[in-house]
Design a protein around this ligand. Structure first.
Ligand code: DP6
Length: 397
């Protein structure tokens, strides 16, 4: 019996206007709209192959080499939606194989280690939905598919596009208007780069689903955030992106990260995602911007202590003069920059900036940062020639 396969990659996205709070936990409908930047897939991506055949006995998922349960409700909801769409096609065209009734085998791999400390659910659900949509030859566009990915994990809907992406919260009860849309394609502002500082953390963070439920239920500040702060910021940030106004974009990004973490602190009992190292990074970014008398870099933090710094390529030397000075012992520079370039960052610091620095530089910062991931804005899901499933057996290769 034939085995049908399809493969895709999907990117990670990091929000600059945070999604935090659900108005419907079942359908993953948010209390506010959000915005993100999609990151390049050379550095961070999920590769997913999906297969279906009349001969398969049960839906099965292999994630990073281990067989995992497909029984959780969110994944089941995504699979059901995709099967329903496939069923519609089959009922219009009798010649199509009845894939909607067959079981699925899904094999998925990240190109970054779990130890990197980055949540991979957004890329994971985006890749799952796109791989199966391709397998089923669904005609739906990315925004329509994003409604399905959203049910897997809210932030996943934004990974269906490259560049700069908004998730419009929508109004309807059934979630039909809660989906991702492109704000600006990658090629319109491809100079956007990102440096992720992976911060060591011993404790396990509160999972985001649980954290946001607690915030919704207990924080008064949160009401102000969703009713007044974010709606205005959503309009302003989209405008800053379309105008490619980095200063404005950066300011809104930093303020929104701070606002989100303030609602975490205002939850009861409080949730702490950022730690002392994160706070040192926040201070460092403000000091660097003050030093240049210009906003060249912005920070943002998700549900954990890792910092994501956004900056424009044209300012890389200025930023890296500082970052390389403080973090040259941290893993992650060498694969991206050769010795000459790294020496260049060093000499800019030593020869041009050192004498003029008036702020405190913490020369032990590197001790609490485990690695730096140097990446940039990137495209949306891509077809992949690499397939993780053996087309004869339908099992992982
Ligand atoms: C802080 O998308 O992981 O990263 O919908 O419950 O799966 P669920 O939550 P998730 O939350 C992401 C929260 C965030 C902000 C953001 O990405 O917008």
């Amino acid at each position: 019996m034939s085995v049908y396969v399809s493969s895709t990659t999907a990117p990670v996205n990091i929000a600059t206007l945070k999604y935090w709070g659900k108005r419907d936990a079942n359908l993953n409908l948010p209390t506010n709209s959000s915005i993100s930047v999609t990151l390049a897939q050379d550095d961070l991506r999920t590769l997913t192959s999906a297969a279906t055949s009349q001969s398969f006995e049960k839906d099965t998922l292999w994630l990073n080499g281990n067989e995992e349960s497909l029984s959780n409700k969110r994944t089941q909801d995504c699979l059901q939606d995709l099967r329903n769409l496939r069923h519609q096609l089959e009922s219009q065209d009798d010649s199509l194989p009845k894939m909607s009734q067959w079981k699925l085998h899904i094999v998925s791999e990240n190109n970054f280690p779990t130890a990197a400390g980055l949540a991979s659910s957004a890329a994971g659900f985006a890749a799952l939905v796109v791989a199966i949509a391709k397998l089923y030859k669904l005609p739906q566009d990315m925004s329509e598919l994003s409604r399905i990915a959203r049910k897997g994990s809210g932030s996943a809907c934004r990974s269906l596009f490259g560049g700069f992406v908004a998730w419009e919260m929508g109004e309807s009860k059934d979630g039909s208007d809660s989906m991702a849309v492109q704000v600006l394609p990658l090629d319109q502002w491809s100079q956007m780069k990102a440096a992720i500082l992976v911060v060591s953390d011993l404790k396990k963070d509160t999972p985001s689903t649980q954290g946001m439920q607690l915030t919704v239920a207990t924080s008064d500040l949160f009401q102000e955030r969703i009713n007044n702060v974010v709606p205005k910021r959503f309009v302003e940030m989209k405008e800053a992106i379309v105008k490619r106004d980095f200063t404005k974009f950066a300011e809104l990004t930093m303020k929104d990260s701070n606002s989100f973490h303030a609602t975490c602190l205002d939850s009861y009992p409080p949730i702490f995602y950022i730690n002392d190292t994160s706070k040192k990074i926040i201070r460092l970014v403000h000091s660097i911007n003050a030093f240049f008398n210009e906003t060249i870099v912005a920070y943002t933090f998700d549900a954990g202590p890792n910092a994501v710094l956004y900056y424009l390529e044209e300012n890389e030397d200025k930023l890296f003069a500082f970052l390389y000075k403080l973090l040259n012992q941290v893993e992650g520079w060498e694969p991206k920059y050769n010795k000459k370039q790294l020496d260049g960052f060093k000499s800019i610091f030593e020869n041009e900036y050192k004498e003029r620095i008036e702020f405190f530089m913490d020369h032990e910062l590197y001790l609490s940062i485990t690695r730096i991931i140097l990446t940039r804005a990137g495209p949306g899901p891509q077809d992949s020639k690499e397939c993780l499933i053996d087309e004869k057996t339908g099992l992982p290769k």
